[in-house]
Every structure is written in C-alpha cells, then in structure tokens.
Design a protein around this ligand. Structure first.
Ligand SMILES: [Zn+2]
Length: 450
C-alpha cells in the first residue's frame, strides 16, 4: 500500500499545525491549526470574517493547496487536542473536505465553539467524538484503522492518533509530555505505545513534537507544578491584601490546582475573563472537573466589573481572582488590571502569581515586560514561572523512540532550527538524516511506502 505524508503546517514555525497521511486511497488529516502570533501582530484583525486565502497569505493558517497532489479521499480530520494551534484553522479549512471531524469529547466541544464563532464559512462537517482507546475504520478497504492513544499535555483529553496500515503504524505524536501522575485524567498510555511498537508490522513512521527537543532531562509531571502552587500560595496565607493568579485558561488541571489552594488559604476563587469561563465551563459541563462549591466564572465585561466591585466591597483578602493575561496580552484581564482599567485596585504589597512561563517570542516577551512594569508601578510583588511545560524533553524523546522503534521519523512542531536538536538526538540512536529522518518544510510530500 502506498503511504505518503504531506507536511502542511507547523514545519517552519510553532503554530498552524497540519499533517496529512495517505494510506492507499484514504487520507486522514491531523490537526488544522492557527498561528495566533501572525494574527496578533496586526492591529484589530478580526479573523472570524476573513477569507482562508488571506489567512494563508498571512501565514496564519496552513496552506493546504498541496492536498490536491494526494490521490485519495479525505476520510477524517483529526484534531489531537483543543489548543488553537491545532484546531483554530478548522473553521477556515474543514468545509473544503467532505469528511467528519473526529476528536476526543473535550476537543470536539471546543471545535464546536470555534465553528459557532466563524463568520465567513458554513462548516457542516459531522463532529464525531471518540475517546482515548477508541478505534475506527478508515475508508472501505478494511485495511486501515485509526486508534486514539491517551497522552498527557497542558490541556485535558489530549490523544495521539495512530493510523494502522498494512505497511505499519503511522503515529502522530503531537503534543505531549510523559506524565505518570497527572492532576486530571489518566497517565500517558506508554503500555499501548510499547505494544504498537512490538506489533508484527511495527511502526512505519513517527511524527514527533519537537517543541522542547533541545532541553535536557525530563519534563516534570503536572503534580510537580501543583506542589509549586501549593508552596507559593500557602506562603501567603497570612497576607490579608490582594492576591491575583494568572495561567493558561485552557489549562484546566492548573486552574483546578489554583482553585484548590485558594480555598486552602481561605479565599474564594473567582475565574475572570471570557476564555477562563469558556474552557473551565466546558470542562465542568463535560464532567472532566468538579470545582465543587462556589467558583464564580465571569466572562462578559459587565459581569466581570460587577464581580470586581463585589471583591473590592467585601475585601480583597477574601478572594483569589484567577485571570487571563500571563503573556501580557494587551486586551487580557491582568493587563487591564495593571493599567487600572478594572474596579480592582492593586496596592503596595499585593501579590501576582504567574502560573505560566513566557512563550519565548519577542512579542510576548515585550508585552509581558510592559504588563509586569505596570503591575510593579502599583506596588505588586511578582511570582513567576510557577509552571511545567506540556511538551517532552530529551528523555521523553528517548523513551518514545525506545517504545515505538519507528522506521522513519518526521520532526514537527518547530522551526528548522528548533528541530535540529531532535535530529541530533535521533542520529545518536542510529537514525540518519535524509535516510530515515525527514526534515521537511510546509507544503512537502514524503513517500514512505510504494
Ligand atoms: Zn498543545
């Protein structure tokens, strides 16, 4: 059976991930993401009403025109998890394919919201929920099957899809870390990866998340971040002024930890900001998390302002607002608080906890710097890097290679430079660049089996 892999997006950047695998007559697309930094660099760009081709020209969504070179039918579009660099291209591109969108329940729920917000295209693709461990037939050949393997990442309900073909398995490895003690959900299913690696046909190809490939050692578990949050917040137990925390709104495990330790130190947690309400509200509705008791969630400007006024009236010492803005995004809640645009008044000695690290990019670094200066000017004390990454480092890569024993490797989810440490690592394990390690760019097609 002919196997071809088209690397469409995320092979020249971190963002707009998209890869297509053709097995015989059947094609499966993995991820359809958005590179948000290409959008935010322009003032006031509203992507909802924009045309796909303009977004492709901006470098914001994958250029999928190379798909016409693949001879087969797209049978499924498979987002691996709900991060925007994996799903936010769907409203702009999915309608061009007569195929269902298949994802884990939480991911599909977020895709649904993306589609509802779309203002230009009518996206009518069926939405199919499949849990980790589930399998589905691809096409009519009865020779290709897709399986979801449970993985751990900085968003709940992440999976790695595996396409089983007569030539071996194609494992799409974006995004994950190897977490054996996650705060929400099951540990990473390494047993299943090892089984797949030992099957008769073995693993034909492994497409790997190289985000942190250049970092030594192992990415710590989410429970490590939980300990760090505990240590930080309990150290503030006797402080009676304002404490504010910020983290990734999609990082439900971290939000849960912040909620827990807010209560532990006698404060009522309040989630503020549109995306905080969206991700946490969806997770609670789907029973991924039970925040228990009273967690206020406020998304709209007016209800946020009301919540802030209540906090100021009843005393900042009774609350712990959990807000957006950890990257210093100009319109996010924490930045607005820093600018004094909300009724919440930051006073000398108040604490601001960044349960996130800066995404290393000049725009973020500059914006975060500004936001921090605004907070400091009001006397805030800052706590940063109370965080662990969602992406595996060197040891995780060694472990995955050992489990899967893949014939071919395609490093992904990084710039050319960002993938080079992974090429070195693979080379040290007996792989060879150009022979079985394929470093590609957006818009390339690699033939693996004829
Ligand atoms: Zn991700």
């Amino acid at each position: 059976m002919e196997i071809e892999i088209a690397t469409l997006g995320g092979y020249e950047e971190v963002g707009r991930q998209m890869t297509a695998v053709r097995a015989g007559e059947d094609i499966v697309i993995f991820d359809m993401g958005l590179n948000l930094s290409k959008v935010l660099i322009h003032d006031n760009v509203e992507t909802e009403s924009m045309h796909s081709l303009d977004l492709i020209d901006m470098g914001a969504i994958p250029d999928d025109r190379v798909m016409s070179e693949l001879e087969g039918d797209v049978q499924a579009i498979v987002p691996t998890h709900g991060h925007l660099d994996h799903i936010a291209g769907i409203p702009k591109l999915a309608h061009r394919y007569d195929a269902p969108i298949v994802g884990s329940p939480y991911t599909i729920e977020l895709v649904k919201q993306q589609i509802a917000d779309e203002g230009k295209f009518q996206v009518d693709n069926d939405l199919v929920k499949m849990k980790a461990g589930g399998t589905m037939a691809i096409g009519d050949s009865e020779q290709v099957e897709m399986e979801f393997v449970n993985v751990t990442h900085s968003i709940i309900d992440a999976i790695n899809p595996v396409l089983h073909t007569p030539e071996g398995a194609v494992v799409y490895g974006l995004d994950k870390r190897l977490d054996h003690t996650p705060v929400i959900g099951d540990p990473i299913d390494m047993d299943r990866f090892r089984e797949i690696g030992r099957q008769d046909e073995g693993v034909l190809c492994y497409i790997e998340d190289c985000t942190n490939a250049g970092r030594k050692g192992r990415t710590p578990s989410e429970s490590y971040a939980k300990k760090h949050v505990e240590d930080t917040l309990t150290s503030m137990e006797d402080y009676s002024g304002g404490i504010v925390a910020t983290t990734f709104s999609s990082h439900i495990a971290r939000v849960k930890t912040l909620v827990e330790y807010a209560r532990e130190i006698g404060r009522q947690p309040v989630l503020l900001g549109r995306s905080m309400e969206k991700y946490s509200g969806t997770a609670e509705r789907l029973d991924f998390v039970d925040f228990q008791g009273d967690v206020g969630m406020y998304g709209h400007r007016k209800s946020v302002d009301r919540a802030f006024k209540r906090i100021m009236k009843e005393g900042k010492g009774n609350f712990l607002p959990i807000v957006t803005g950890h990257q210093g995004e100009p319109r996010a809640m924490l930045t607005r608080m820093g600018r004094g645009e909300t009724p919440y008044e930051i006073e000398n000695g108040d604490k601001v906890v960044f349960s996130a690290s800066i995404i290393p990019e000049p725009t973020n670094e500059g914006q975060r710097y500004q936001s921090e200066q605004l907070l400091r000017m009001q006397g805030a004390r800052l706590y940063d890097d109370i965080h662990v990454s969602g992406h595996l480092r060197e040891e995780g890569h060694y472990e995955m290679l050992d489990a899967l024993q893949p014939q071919h490797l395609i490093p992904a989810h990084q710039t050319l430079k960002g993938r080079s440490p992974y090429v070195d690592l693979a080379t040290s394990q007996g792989y060879k660049l150009g022979r079985d390690v394929h470093v590609t760019q957006n818009g390339s097609v690699i033939q693996l089996a004829e």
